[in-house]
Structure formats: C-alpha cells, structure tokens
Ligand binder design. Structure first.
Ligand code: ATP
Ligand code: ATP
Ligand code: MG
Ligand code: MG
Length: 308
C-alpha cells in the first residue's frame, strides 16, 4: 500500500513560491461587511497571519500579499520536507488559515479596534478558507518577474477599485453604471476622474493599498562581504566559499550560486539562531526596481549573514 502514495518533489535549485488565495472572498467580504474598496482590518489580518507563517517557517525568505492572496518564497536551496510539494503547500495553507482564524477577533471585534463598527464574530457557515499552489521559478530574474507581476496587479486593481467605488459611493452611480463608465479607460483617465470629480490625488492613497505588503527578515548588522570563507570550530575552511575560490584560481566559470551550500551543523545552528533573532518586518515598498533587492542582499542571497 505504501507504493500508492506518490510524492511530487519540486525541482532542486529553484525558487519555490507557494501562493494562497481566499476562497470566495468576494462573497465573504460582503457577509462580514468589509469596507470597499479596501478594508484596512482585513488587510492587516492577512499581514498578521502571513507574518506568523514567516516566523514559523524559517526557510521562507520573502512574502508578498494583496487582497485575499499571499505569496511565500522559499530559499532556493530549501530542503524542507525534502521539497515534497504536498507537504509544503498544505503546511503553508493550514498554518496561514489557523492564524487568520485565531487572530480574526483582534481585528474584527469592535472592542479590540478603534473603528466604530459592530462586533463581527466568525460563524461556522462562513468560515474563511484558503486554497494554495506551488510554482517553481528557475532563475532570480524569473522570481522577480513573478513578484513584479503581482505588484503590478496590485496597482492596476487598486486604481480601478478606488475609481469604481468613488463613482458609486461619492458619485451616486449604480455599480453597473460605474462599470460601464470605466470600460476602455486607461490609468491616466482614472487618475483624472479621481482628481477632477472627487478631489482625490491617487498618490496620496495609503501605501498598503497601492503597493501591497511584503514581509521579510531585517538584520541590524550589515552582512560581511560575499565569498567570506567560513570556518568550522577546528578552523578548517568549509562550504562552497572555498570551492568557488578554488574554481576561480582554476580559471573555470564555476558559479557559487549553482552549488547548494553544504553547511556544518555549527553553521546551520548559527544560521537558525540569526534567523530566529532577526526582526520580521511588514513593509509597503516598491520592489519592482532593483533598489529593494540591492539594499537587502540576504533575501535572495540565501544566507542571513552572508551574501552571494
Ligand atoms: P476565488 O475563490 O476564485 O478566489 P474570490 O471571490 O475570492 O474567488 P478573488 O479574485 O480572489 O475572488 O478576489 C477577492 C475578492 O475579495 C476581491 O475582489 C474583493 O471583493 C474581496 N476582498 C478581499 N480582500 C478585501 C479587502 N481587504 N477589502 C475589501 N474587499 C476585499
Ligand atoms: P509529524 O509532523 O511528522 O506528523 P507528529 O508529532 O504529528 O509529527 P504523528 O506521527 O502524526 O507525529 O503522531 C501524532 C502524535 O500526536 C502521536 O504520536 C501522539 O503523541 C499525539 N497525539 C495525537 N492525537 C492524540 C490524542 N488524541 N491523544 C493523545 N496524543 C495524541
Ligand atoms: Mg480569492
Ligand atoms: Mg484573490
């Protein structure tokens, strides 16, 4: 019977992205009276649940969320669950959902927020649930393209939704009329409608709505330069650093980034401790440009203390 259980292993040396998405959140957001276009409580609850996932799974190096979805990026050399697809996806989805449900009252009960809205407890017939999938991206550029695509989507959807709901809530239009009105408009048109009809400068809208939310570990100290030789307790050089240096002196083009680092137990322990000590932060920043990644080389570098 064991042979009937078939594991799908995700390709080694690739970026694994697990994306979760709320099931039927259009309906659910109506049921629980989410503010439109953006319910701040709902977004902050998504962020809190995602931060819990990042804290409890150290191999997640970056995550990004908009609306009812979150993408979790695993270190490219992760060996968690031997890269078994089912285990990775189901663990992320259930860890996220458990935290979302547990933390709901902190964000949606009137007594716990400063927003004057009625108590809004969860009911069994409308429990929030999420689905999940894993996609692998072979190169850093592929991964950044994926993340940029999500952030562009955030911008396009939010500009549309902000204009749509301004026409409905402030312009008194029906939802059908507003939809008709926006057909065929480009972003310049929507900015113009917002500004000339409602006095809204789109760029003044909150960053969380315009940029989405990213979560990652921040380190106080600057990482030492790339290719720093690592030594084990006996002082011997170990790890791929020495291998790569040997390759360089060889004149070959053997690249450090293509070799999963073999870390000693001491090194792994150090890495785990550094990750556990690091602050997990939630930011609303543009990461389409290079700056974000250049300023935080450890995210794609795969090592909390050393960069590629
Ligand atoms: P599916 O099960 O296919 O994902 P869905 O109804 O969840 O269906 P999505 O495309 O995921 O469809 O869209 C999520 C919807 O949830 C949004 O269109 C919006 O109506 C609602 N929503 C999610 N988050 C918020 C929020 N913070 N504020 C207001 N509405 C939200
Ligand atoms: P893994 O993450 O690999 O599944 P695990 O600790 O969950 O690790 P399992 O093989 O799933 O390991 O075993 C579940 C364990 O949980 C049991 O061995 C037992 O110790 C405990 N457990 C589960 N249900 C009960 C229960 N109803 N009463 C007492 N102990 C329980
Ligand atoms: Mg959804
Ligand atoms: Mg969605």
């Amino acid at each position: 019977v064991r042979l009937f259980e078939q594991d799908t292993l995700l390709v080694p040396n690739t970026w694994i992205v697990v994306r979760i998405d709320g099931r039927g959140f259009h309906k659910l957001s109506n049921h629980y009276d989410f503010a439109k276009p953006n319910d701040k409580r709902a977004l902050e609850l998504m962020n809190a649940a995602a931060a819990h996932v990042v804290r409890s799974i150290p191999d997640i190096c970056f995550s990004y969320g908009i609306s009812d979805e979150y993408s979790f990026v695993f270190d490219r050399h992760t060996s968690m669950f031997d890269r078994r697809r089912d285990k990775l996806v189901s663990t992320v989805v259930s860890t996220f959902t458990a935290a979302y449900t547990l933390l709901w009252p902190q964000f949606f009960l009137a007594s716990t927020t400063d927003i004057a809205s009625p108590d809004c407890g969860l009911d069994l017939a409308h429990l929030p649930t999420f689905d999940g999938r894993a996609v692998v991206y072979p190169s850093d550029a592929n991964l950044r393209d994926y993340l940029s695509w999500r952030q562009v989507d955030c911008h396009i959807n939010n500009l549309y939704n902000t204009t749509f709901w301004a026409l409905v809530q402030q312009g008194g239009m029906s939802q059908t009329a507003a939809e008709e009105h926006l057909k065929g408009t480009v972003s310049g048109d929507k900015n113009e409608i917002l500004f000339s009809r409602f006095g809204i400068n789109y760029n003044d809208e909150p960053l969380m709505y315009r940029k989405g939310s990213c979560i990652f570990r921040e380190y106080d100290t600057l990482p030492p330069p790339a290719n720093t030789l690592q030594t084990d307790p006996s002082g011997n050089a170990t790890g791929a650093g020495s291998l790569a240096e040997a390759a360089v002196s060889d004149g070959s083009d053997y690249r450090l980034s293509d070799v999963p680092e073999k870390l000693s137990r001491t090194q792994l322990d150090k890495q785990r401790k550094a990750k556990a000590k690091a602050q997990v932060v939630i930011k609303h920043l543009d990461f389409i440009k290079d700056d974000f990644w250049k300023q935080r080389p450890w995210i794609l570098g795969g090592h909390p203390l050393r960069t590629r």
